[in-house]
Every structure is written in C-alpha cells, then in structure tokens.
Design a binder for this molecule. Structure first.
Ligand code: ATP
Ligand code: MG
Length: 251
C-alpha cells in the first residue's frame, strides 16, 4: 500500500506538529520507506525535526528561472528539475525529507509548477508512506497541489475560525469532487471543557472527527528550544493522541 497523508487547516492550529508526531508514530511502529514533504513555503518541518536542509525545490526552480534566457529552446526543464531533486532530497537513515521552499522570483512559474507536481506524482510511488505538511488555508486544495493526498487531516484548535476553516476545506474538497479522499477533523490543543462543543459541531456539520489532542507542555518546550519532536517520550499526551488517531485511520 502507498499511503499519502496530509495536514490542512487554519494557520497555527498545529498542522506541522501533527505531521511531525505522525512521522514519529510511523517510525516507532517500525515503518520504513517514508517521505516527508514540507509543502509550506514558510517551512517549519526541518526545525520541528531538527533536520537541517541545505537546499529546497524552490531554490532549484529559482536557479533555473535565472538561467532560462541562456538555455537552448529544446532544453528539457522537467528532466533537469528531476535530476536536481536527488540533490535536494535529504536522505536520512529512517526517513527522507523534501522541502519545497518558496519561489522567490517574479514571473511565470506555471510550467515549473506543473513539472514539479508531475515529478512528485511519480516520485512518491517509491515510498510506502508520504506525509505532506501543507500551508494554512484552502489554496492548496483549490490549486490541487495536494492532489496526491488521500488521507487529509484537517486540524482545528478550539476556535470558531479553526472550525469554520475546517468546514470550508471539507466543502471545497466535495465541490472539487476529490471523492477518493478521506477527510478527517482533528481537534488540537483542546481542554476537556471544549470537547463536547466540538463534537456536536462536527456531528451537525458532517465533519468526521477522529480525535482530540491535548495541550502538551513538552511539545511547546521542544519547539522553544529546537529539539526534535522525534525525541518526545512515548508517554507524551500529544504523541499518544496522534498515535490513536493514526491507528483509527491508516494503521
Ligand atoms: N498539542 C499541542 N500542545 C502544545 N503545543 C502545541 C500543540 N500542537 C501545536 N503546538 C504549538 O503550537 C504552535 C503552532 O504549531 P504548528 O507550527 O504545528 O502549527 P501550524 O498549523 O503548522 O502553523 P502554520 O499555519 O504557521 O504552518 C507551535 O508553537 C507548537 O509547538
Ligand atoms: Mg505549519
């Protein structure tokens, strides 16, 4: 099986932390052939995993843009980007990491974006699990940059805005007829008193609530000092909650 899972939701709700903790759950279960893709231009995954990355896919695209006028008309941009991807990919002992990064040049990136997405289409077939940390908001759904994701975890916090964004993501996914995709709601940084309201909200609005993640002081502490979330102890409350959610959905 080839599982592609992604995170989505309002800004700051815990999407990247959820993906980092999911990676830890998969590794602790002995899973192999895992690719983590940081698809947020404001990338955080290298920090959350304390895995420094030298070069991003965006860097490769920008280099190419800079040299475009000097290249022969029949230059194969797709295979050039593909060959460069192997340089950009961080290959660890336990997992690989690809950071998309930002496209920092003006101009038309349509061709490069299309080439990249199609390369990713082929690329993730080499892995058993691909985890994609998406940017906040709905744009990735509208633009279909997350088209490979077949298990989407929409993360909300205990706020009206978080829940509304989750609802819009579900509705947009339905409108765009991404029927094969499973969309789950995960409520993060939740106190017990907020649980009932969120549960009722989810039921009323047809959101597939998969679980609650409590506020975990260790997650905050590791983030502050730049310690990898992969080193969290297994009795961390957030880790245990993520583990339960993955067991219910993909494990
Ligand atoms: N369960 C949790 N317990 C405690 N702190 C948490 C928890 N989940 C996330 N955080 C903290 O909340 C902050 C935001 O988390 P994170 O960066 O994962 O959110 P995000 O949704 O990816 O943000 P962005 O929209 O900027 O990409 C971080 O400081 C993180 O450490
Ligand atoms: Mg993030």
């Amino acid at each position: 099986m080839n599982y592609v899972i992604g995170s989505s939701g309002k800004g700051g709700t815990g999407k990247s932390s959820f993906m980092a903790l999911s990676l830890k759950v998969l590794l602790d279960q002995g899973k192999k052939h895992i690719l983590m893709v940081d698809a947020d231009p404001d990338s955080n995954i290298p920090d959350l995993l304390d895995t420094p990355v030298q070069k991003t896919v965006g860097d490769v695209c920008c280099d190419l843009m800079d040299r475009m006028s000097q290249l022969p008309p029949d230059f194969n941009k797709k295979s050039h980007i593909e060959s460069q991807l192997f340089e950009v990919l961080y290959e660890g002992d336990a997992f690989d990491l690809l950071v998309m990064g930002a496209l920092e040049r003006e101009g038309c990136f349509c061709y490069i974006n299309t080439a990249l997405t199609s390369i990713l289409d082929n690329y993730i077939g080499n892995y058993e699990y691909t985890l994609m940390d998406m940017p906040a908001g709905l744009e990735h759904i509208a633009r279909r940059t997350d088209r490979n994701v077949d298990h989407l975890y929409v993360i909300t916090d205990a706020s009206k805005m978080g829940l509304l964004t989750a609802l819009r993501i579900k509705e947009l996914s339905q409108k765009l007829k991404i029927e094969f995709r499973k969309v789950y709601l995960v409520a993060n940084r939740i106190t017990e008193s907020a649980q009932e309201y969120i549960q009722q909200y989810a039921e009323k609005n047809g959101l597939n609530l998969m679980g609650f993640i409590p506020t975990d002081p260790l997650v905050q502490e590791y983030n502050l000092v730049g310690r990898s979330l992969l080193e969290l102890p297994k009795d961390s409350s957030a880790y245990q909650a993520v583990s339960e959610i993955l067991t219910k959905t993909i494990l």
